[in-house]
Each structure stands twice: as structure tokens, then as C-alpha cells.
Design a protein around this ligand. Sequence first.
Ligand code: UD1
Ligand code: MG
Length: 464
Amino acid sequence: MNLDIVIMAAGKGTRMKSKLPKVLHKLAGRALLGHVLHTAAQLKPRSVILITGHGAPEVIAFSADSVPANSPFSLKTVLQEPQLGTGHAVQQAVPELGDEGISLILSGDVPLTQMDTLQALVTQCAGQQIALLTIEPADPTGYGRIVREGDAVKAIVEHKDASEAQKQIREIYSGIMALPTHLLKRYLSLLDNNNAQKEFYLTDVIKHAVADGTAVAALKITDAAQVAGVNSPAQLQELEREYQKRAAYKLMEQGVRIADAARFDLRGDLACGQDVSIDVGCVFEGRVWLGDEVQIGAHCVLANCTIARGVVIHPFTHIDGGKEGATVGAGALIGPFARLRPGAQLGEEVHIGNFVEVKNSTLAKGAKANHLAYLGDATVGERVNYGAGSITANYDGANKHRTVIEADVHVGSNCVLVAPVTLGAGGTIGGGSTITKDTPAGALSVARGKQVSIADWKRPTKKK
Ligand code: UD1
Ligand code: MG
């Protein structure tokens, strides 16, 4: 059956105390709404209808960016202005909803609902009845209570409208329901705002359904994180930690050793080989791949990179491959305090030490830059040794140029290699040289003032 997903995202999010619309705040590096859209897409809907209000331009721009034009479902946005409650919100979607099919109602601020849970809810609806996702939280205060007679669901009563007896009910409505669209439309048209909040409640759909003889089923789950909404920075942080704990345990189940699940952060996708270990305080962003036996030291940030078998990354290393990516070859040693930028392609057994920056450069097997150096737009041959304090001057103020350092070259300390320039294989560059011309293979090249000593040099003295 055709599935149309309605995502409510018009609310203000007052308690976030932020200029950014609530649904654009990030959890695990992705906007709350991004999580919901991602899960929605997995359900293969016919359409997704996003209800916007507060911050509509930003929310619409974000959703257009995250749902590609060639996506198999259509994304429609509608404006709810003013916001008169959840029922009023869904009423705005009615013109966009085809009569046949099932509507699934979600909220843009509930990021961690799992696809299979929603699939089960849609299956329970079966195009015939209303299926509510419910839960029994430790504290039901503030939520809509599921009122039953025997087993049958009779109504959802909002906390502010509930009698003392109804407030004792533990089962609450999660905010998520699936129902046949033609029934949704019929009951939405019957809503009024005669209640404590003077709002049009989506939850009043239930009493109209019951009066109409439509069956209402409840799918009760126990995993609170799946239906937890974000209303405040504290709740966002709590859900973030829950997400990260789950991500860490999932990796540990695959054999990854994580020193502390509470000090692990994944903001993207991390794939690991066998016997990978990750020390405390590391952050992984974008797409990161760690090969067998990779060791990541404490407090490293790794983004968009591929790290081959047996690499050791020492503490406080920052790798960000950006759009081009960065690769580190098998057995390489990186850090501590190393920085690899987009286009860094390091071969096997390369050593990159402290305070060394590598950008858009290829280093062949066994090349070493162990201290305080910059390699930008360089092609570095096998076994090259690149001295402390040396840099490639790759930028002339307008254009970038390449430096080629052939195999077995030794670059002394504090050299400036002014690109474009090629250092011939096996050559040696004397420390402190500013190299502006190509150097021949095998030779010692020195480009600096000659050392002189003045024997009878008198130091200046202060006049009295
Ligand atoms: C709602 C339910 C309540 C349930 C709870 C679960 C109603 C009347 N009550 O309560 O039974 O236990 O969720 O969290 O539905 N929104 C709009 N436009 C509006 C109002 C809200 O788009 O005019 C959006 C909000 O941005 C939010 C979602 O709808 O994403 C839910 O709104 P919220 O105010 O949080 O619902 P509650 O009153 O908490
Ligand atoms: Mg409300």
C-alpha cells in the first residue's frame, strides 16, 4: 500500500533558546530532522510531507538539500501559520495526501525511532485501523495518556485535560501513529479546540475514530530512546550520549576495542577491520575506515579517511580528508599531534611525527617527516627523509605549485622548497637552504649564506 509520511516540524522549540530552528540542531553530526528523513526514506514512502512554521526557510532549505531530486519519493513542504496544535498541523498536509494509502505521522524532533519499529506500526495499521505507538515511561507527566476500556483503546487524553484518575495511567502516546488516510481526513475535519490548551489536538482523532467504530490498536514498545523528543539542550545531550553508547556497543560487538563507550563519538559511518582499538576521547566524522589491527590513540579526530592495516595513530592527531579523502598506508606511524588534510595519501610505513602538516601530497613507502614540517602539493618518493622545520612554499600568492622530491632524498632541517621544484633522487639538501631551482640526483645542494668567522670581533658596549 502507498505510504505517505507526515513530519511535524513547525513548533518553535522555545526551550532550546536558540536562533536555529529546533529540528536543525545536530545529534551525532546530523540534524534531528536529517535523522527522521533518513529513517523515513528507508520505509520507501510515496511521499514525505514536511510541516514547517518557525524557521520555515531554513528548514525547507535543509530538507531540499538532504532529499536529492532523484529520490524515489517526493518531498513536499507545507506551511503551518500560525501553529494551532498538532491536529491543525496535520490538517495543513491534507491537500497533499492522496485518499487511498496509509499516513504515518512523525515529529521532526524525535530522531532515534528505528525503521523496523515504524514498519511494524504500518503493518499493524494494515490500511484498516489506527495504530498508535505507545510506551510506559518511568514518569508519564506531560504526555497524552492512553485510555482503555478492557483492552480496547478509547481515547488519548492530554495531561492538562486529564482527570486525577487518568493521570495515574502509565501508558502514553509517543506522538507517532499510522492510519488509513481517508479516515485521517474524516476525523481531522471533526477536531475542535475545546480543551485546556485551546489547541487542535491530533490525539482527538482517536475519540472520533472510536465513535465511528474504527478499531484502534496500540504497539507498545519499551525502548524509550526511540520515542524521545528533544526540547532542550540537556535532552539533546542525553539523547546524543544514548546514541553514542549504542554506536560504541555495536562496534564492540563486532570486536572493536573501545576504551570507554562514554568517551566515544561517531558523527558519520565508521567501518573497522579485526583487532582495532580506540582509546578515549576520539571523534569520527563522515566516512572513516580502519583496517585490521589499527590503533587509535587518545583524543584523535578522524574525518573522511581510510587507514590501512596495522597503522598506529598516536594521541591528538587530526585527520580530515574532506571531499577528496585522506589515506594512510599499512604500518604507518602518525602523530602525536600530526595533521593530515584533504588529499594526503601516505604509503606503507610512512612516519609523520609531531606538528607535521600534510596536504594534497603523496608520500611513497617509507618516507618520513618526523617533526615540525609542512608538505603541501608535494610528491615524495620512497624512503625520503624530510627534516625538522622544512616546508614546501607551494603558494606564490596566486597559484599553487608542485614540489617533487624523488626517492632517497634527504632534506635537512629548516629548508624552504620553493615550488615548482624537483629534487633529484638520492640528493641531499643542506639544512637552512632555500631551494628555488631543481637539484641534481645524488648531489649535495646547499643554498644559504656561507659561514664566516671574524676572529677579532668586538662586541658593542654601552656608552657611559
Ligand atoms: C504530543 C501529543 C501527546 C504525546 C506527545 C509525545 C498532541 C496534542 N499531544 O504532545 O499526546 O504524548 O506529543 O511527545 O498531539 N507541532 C507543530 N505544529 C503545532 C504544534 C506542534 O508542527 O501547532 C509539532 C512540534 O514541532 C513537534 C510535534 O508537533 O515536533 C509535537 O508537538 P509538541 O508540542 O511537542 O506535542 P506535545 O504537546 O508535547
Ligand atoms: Mg504542545
